[in-house]
Design a protein around this ligand. Structure first.
Ligand SMILES: Cc1cc2nc3c(=O)[nH]c(=O)nc-3n(C[C@H](O)[C@H](O)[C@H](O)COP(=O)(O)OP(=O)(O)OC[C@H]3O[C@@H](n4cnc5c(N)ncnc54)[C@H](O)[C@@H]3O)c2cc1C
Length: 392
């Protein structure tokens, strides 16, 4: 099997990359280890930065997002039983975010790919990337019980944090920067209309809570829980009681309860793998970096990487110059480190670390107060949340 670009992984990064390349007249093959139903069901991100929504539209994958997605012009910060709204367009010159689930982004991109894109093989597991440092890299993979080889001009590892692509970069060339947090998020999906029309980020002495949504009738809510918590330890009633405590306000705001349809725990981690390129192998998305979900950046960073790669390869094909491909890792990492900083700031602003002292509690409240009273501090948050421009 042959392709100009071999793409490992059909998450948002791999699927969008295949679309961008198709639109630029560059052929690709996508290998995905899971089946289609699994990929389309995997509950994860839900907030699209302005730039991400614009890219999906420009790629011809934005029609359903524009019909069903919810434009959000702000978020609410909640602390000390008070509420403070951050108004994105007013602070950023008109930028906003779109609430549209990652599952739906993936469904839309899969449908387009199967309709008129290149091959997308489900249940095709990449086993290794070989000869990455040469002009003829290969992906060895297993599909329908048989081993096969995909020969390519370029390989893009979009295979997430647990994938195989980054293992093909020699260890002596790699630097990893990492931080794990001593807490996770217990996330639920509930069949109940969201109790607020924008996301609510709550800092509470008992820990962080987030009110989010997937649609006008489905709520997505999160609770900070100790590292290693099993979702089954929490009954539905305990979850709603705890959410109620952490979202409590001094006014008459009420949290609506409803049937919980899904519960899971997500660990919190910051991780960056440098470089993101070795020879003809490029890493994109979670394969190269992870952010804690507090800043809603993971999916958006994956989009930034593949936009940068597609532009660089198109430039190379049109002009013969490898300049942008050579600069891929640096270009992506500049934006990634800004997102790492933003996600870290949001996480330490809102979560209560085990053993936090009264001093640290007061500092968190002072930081929140600063955002609520300083246009400069609030603008920094709004710019980070709605997203920095894509590089390249
Ligand atoms: C609970 C949760 C909530 C989140 N919330 C947000 C949010 O609000 N906003 C946000 O921006 N981000 C959020 N994220 C992060 C976001 O979901 C990820 O950053 C995003 O999925 C990254 O996309 P990706 O395509 O790089 O990787 P993935 O989505 O992980 O896709 C990788 C794909 O590669 C496949 N694969 C792996 N190994 C192989 C192999 N050997 N061969 C073939 N295929 C392989 C996998 O099956 C998978 O389909 C959240 C994540 C979680 C877990």
């Amino acid at each position: 099997m042959r392709a100009t670009v071999g793409i490992i992984g059909a998450g948002p990064a791999g699927l969008l990359l295949a679309r961008l390349l198709h639109n630029a007249g560059i052929d690709s093959v996508v290998l995905e280890s899971r089946d289609r139903a699994y990929v389309e069901r995997r509950q994860r991100a839900g907030i699209l930065e302005q730039g991400t929504a614009d890219v999906l539209r420009a790629a011809g994958a934005g029609a359903r997002m524009d019909r069903e997605g919810l434009r959000h012009d702000g978020i609410e910060l909640r602390f000390d039983r008070r509420r403070h709204r951050v108004d994105f367009p007013a602070l950023t010159g008109g930028r906003s975010v779109t609430v549209y689930a990652q599952t739906e982004v993936c469904k839309d991109l899969i449908a387009l790919q199967l309709q008129d894109g290149g091959p997308l093989l489900f249940e095709a597991e990449a086993l290794a990337v070989e000869d990455a440092g040469t002009g003829a890299p290969r992906v060895r993979f297993r599909h329908e019980g048989r081993e096969d080889v995909l020969e390519c001009a370029y390989v893009v590892g979009c295979d997430g944090f647990w994938g195989v692509a980054r293992k093909a970069i020699p260890a002596e060339l790699v630097q990893v920067f990492e931080r794990t947090y001593p807490f996770g998020w217990l996330g639920i999906l509930a069949d109940v209309p969201p109790s607020h029309d924008e996301l609510v980020y709550a800092r509470h002495d008992r820990g962080f809570a987030l009110l989010s949504m997937r649609s006008p009738s489905v709520s997505r809510l999160y609770l900070q829980v100790p590292d290693g918590t099993d979702a089954g330890e929490w009954s539905d009633e305990e979850i709603w009681d705890e959410l109620e405590r952490r979202f409590e306000t001094a006014d008459d705001w009420r949290l609506e309860r409803g049937p919980i349809t899904q519960k899971s725990v997500t660990p919190m981690r910051s991780y960056v793998h440098e470089p993101m390129r070795h020879g003809r192998l490029f890493l994109a998305g979670d394969a190269a970096h992870i952010v804690p979900p507090t800043g809603a950046k993971g999916l958006n960073l994956a989009v930034g990487d593949v936009v940068t790669f597609a532009r660089a390869l198109t430039h190379q094909q049109e002009t013969g110059s490898p300049d942008l491909l050579d600069a891929y890792s640096e270009t992506c990492l500049r934006r990634i480190w800004q997102a790492e900083r933003f996600s870290y700031d949001m996480t330490t602003l809102l979560h209560r670390a085990p053993g936090a002292t009264g001093f640290e509690d007061r500092l968190q409240l002072a930081r929140l107060e600063r955002i609520a009273t300083s246009r400069a501090a609030e603008t920094d948050l709004a710019e980070g949340y709605t997203g920095l421009p894509f590089g390249g």
